[in-house]
Design a binder for this molecule. Structure first.
Ligand SMILES: Cc1cc2nc3c(=O)[nH]c(=O)nc-3n(C[C@H](O)[C@H](O)[C@H](O)COP(=O)(O)OP(=O)(O)OC[C@H]3O[C@@H](n4cnc5c(N)ncnc54)[C@H](O)[C@@H]3O)c2cc1C
Length: 640
């Protein structure tokens, strides 16, 4: 098997590429659309938007999620906002500036044409959401309000208090519900994709397990769209919902889809620090808080005084001092690395010393308690409920945590993976965020992919092939189902002594230590030695209670952890191979004299795309070179 990396970027000036592309791609006429079946896996913002839009166009959609309702997808957790280049604030914002910020924020490791298209489509997303009734915050005069997120000098983030993801998902889901009601979308909840079926080199369907009855069955279609989210839970502790996993994209990878930049994982700077060994999940405090909160640590190492007892001149506002232009609003990778550095140097606060303060004292003093409460009230409440501290009186304690994965399935300009007929959208693809995503840009990408790109580009693929000539009676489906039954039986037959959770925790610690905020060759080699050992122990000593023909969450978790145990190895190989620092990928061997990331454009200005070559075999690396025509890469400097 070899991977063909045809990015299919349209010719022409960057401003014209998408429009020209739309003028030339093949369309499917309205009367033919109901003849095509499209499988959409995932009902987060990307999947719900795609299924609803393609349903409304007339395609026959089979839609899947593992939750009990499509609107419980992890997107519901998004707090801070969604970017768009509307320039309501009259600051000179533009499509080009949003494109520039995203390219620079991603440290010039994304495909220009896709990023420009994303910025272009951003405005339509807001219009679409407003038309659906999404209650964005508004100014006194009625115009939609904006705030700032890291890495930019304008206010372009639209928000619904601290629950933007939930409100956008309610919008997308009401559109989806209408299509379900009208019969164009068939919704399968509590159903987990376990394999992609490939016939004659094309993705022709999926094999799923009904999570309530345990039944394994298949669905055939003319194309398959994966909108299955990111894989930050490889670290065990992350800000993601507990169910988030790599299973769909990993199994697609094993069936021939190239996996791009797996080592690019964003560690978010503002999360509540872990409280102990038995914690199973970390909580994000939205980046929007950095608009008004000031980050600091005591100037004295291991200072045990309470925050209120530390006088102003003994407080080290390290981001404001080191990055005067962006201050507390530096991009996430920079903020996280600095937090880790000050803690490693002994300035950290809190019981473990792994914490820094996020302080609203000055903002409340300057702008008034009511204003700050109206902006962040629900986040303050959430923090207080978890920690027992009132952030209006005592600074929040925060520390970085795994949060978002820029890596994912490689896709071309049409969002098709290297496996023909298999598409990936939202966080599941290698996305438009290069080596570091800017805050509030994921929701933008999910909805651009789902509402505006895939509904048009998928037609170009399906119209080139005969309609639905393969059904689930094909031997490839039967073989895939049988393999999955055997795998389930194997997991249940181990009868070992250790819980799935314990293996996941071991893997997470290893990945956090060696493939986290910063990495080095020795650590990555160590991880590559240890991962197969954990994997072997897993397959020899795993204990799962219950059987396969019933609701069995240990069994579900075991399948996902088995995939993480394979995938983690690819992440470390990718991190080891990328001998440069860029964005979130900070290799300690490659840094400037003042400790900033040192990119190597000569050798690494490419997307690293990996091919699966079989169990225990070394994956093969392919490179998609990145061409910079509209914006030559510059050193990413947030100091000046
Ligand atoms: C706490 C938090 C706050 C955030 N805040 C923001 C923010 O303010 N702004 C922003 O831009 N981004 C934010 N993000 C990031 C953003 O929320 C996510 O990147 C985005 O919602 C991902 O959406 P998605 O549609 O790609 O996937 P998800 O919302 O993760 O949905 C995945 C879907 O796939 C389904 N699925 C997965 N695997 C399978 C399988 N094997 N079989 C069947 N179904 C499957 C799930 O059931 C689910 O329906 C935040 C992230 C977190 C964790």
């Amino acid at each position: 098997m070899t991977i063909e990396l045809q990015a299919s970027i349209p010719h022409g000036r960057i401003e014209e590429k998408w429009v020209t592309h739309l003028d030339h791609i093949r369309l499917v006429g309205p009367r033919n659309r109901p003849k095509y079946t499209i499988i959409v896996v995932g009902t987060g913002l990307a999947g719900a938007a795609a299924a609803a839009s393609m349903g409304a166009m007339g395609y026959k959609i089979e839609c899947f999620c593992f939750q009990d309702s499509p609107r419980r997808a992890h997107s519901i957790a998004a707090q801070g906002g969604i970017n768009a280049a509307k320039d309501y604030r009259n600051e000179g914002d533009s499509v080009f500036r949003l494109f520039y910020d995203t390219q620079k924020g991603g440290d010039y490791r994304s495909r220009e044409a896709n990023v420009y298209r994303l910025a272009e489509l951003s405005m339509g997303i807001i219009d679409q959401a407003v038309a659906q009734g999404v209650p964005f915050a508004r100014e006194y005069g009625g115009l939609l309000a904006n705030r700032s997120f890291g890495g930019v000098l304008v206010e372009r983030t639209f928000y619904c208090r601290g629950e933007t993801g939930q409100q956008l998902l309610l919008g997308a889901n009401s559109a989806l519900a209408r299509e379900i009601h009208d019969g164009r979308v068939r919704m399968h909840t509590r159903t987990e994709l376990l394999d992609i079926v490939v016939v004659h080199g094309r993705a022709r369907g999926i094999v799923v397990r009904n999570l309530v009855t345990g039944e394994i069955s298949s669905f055939a279609g003319d194309a398959v769209v994966l909108a299955t989210g990111g894989y930050s839970n490889v670290y065990y502790l992350s800000t993601n919902a507990k169910g988030c996993n790599v299973t769909a994209t990993w199994r697609a990878h094993k069936k021939g889809a190239g996996f791009a930049n797996p080592c690019f994982c964003q560690i978010h700077p503002t999360c509540i620090p872990a409280a102990g060994e038995h914690q199973a999940k970390l909580t994000l405090m939205s980046e929007s808080l950095r608009n008004d909160g000031r980050i600091w640590v005591p100037r004295t190492k291991r200072d045990t005084r309470r925050a209120a007892e530390i006088p102003q001149d003994q407080r080290y506002y390290y981001l404001e001092e080191r990055y005067p232009r962006f201050g507390n609003l530096v991009p996430r990778d920079v903020a996280s690395r600095n937090a880790k550095d000050v803690c490693d140097e002994g300035f950290g606060v809190g019981p473990s010393g792994l914490g820094v303060y996020l302080d609203f004292r000055d903002a409340i003093g300057d702008r008034g308690a009511d204003v700050i409460e109206s902006r962040y009230g629900n986040l303050f409440e959430m923090y207080e409920r978890i920690t027992g501290e009132n952030p209006r009186q005592t600074p929040m304690l925060i520390y970085p945590a795994p949060h978002y994965t820029m890596g994912g399935l490689w896709v071309d300009y049409n969002l098709m993976t290297s496996l023909p007929g298999l598409f990936a959208i939202g966080e599941a693809n290698f996305s438009d965020h290069g080596a570091n995503r800017l805050g509030a840009s994921s929701l933008m990408q999910c909805l651009a992919d789902g509402y505006f790109i895939i509904p048009l580009t998928i037609g170009d693929y399906i119209s080139r092939h005969p309609i639905g000539e393969i059904g689930t009676e094909h031997p490839e489906f039967k073989e895939a189902e049988q393999t999955l039954r055997e795998r389930t039986a194997r997991l249940l037959s181990i009868h070992g002594t250790r819980s799935v959770e314990s293996f996941h925790r071991d893997l997470g610690k290893l990945m956090t230590d060696h493939c986290g905020i910063s990495r080095n060759e020795a650590g990555l080699q160590e991880a590559l030695k240890n991962i197969p050992e954990i994997r072997e122990a897993f397959w020899n000593d795993l204990a799962i209670n219950g059987g396969s023909a019933e609701l069995n969450q240990s069994l579900e978790h075991a399948g996902r952890v088995a995939d993480f145990l394979e995938f983690a190895e690819l992440m470390c190989i990718d991190a080891l191979t990328r001998e440069e620092s860029c964005g979130c990928h900070f290799r300690q061997e490659y840094q400037t004299r003042d400790g900033e990331a040192l990119r190597n454009d000569e050798e690494f200005a490419h997307v690293a795309v990996w091919e699966y070559t079989g169990e225990g075999r070394t994956p093969v690396l392919y490179k998609e070179p990145l061409h910079f025509e509209a914006l030559p890469p510059a050193r990413r400097d947030y100091k000046k």
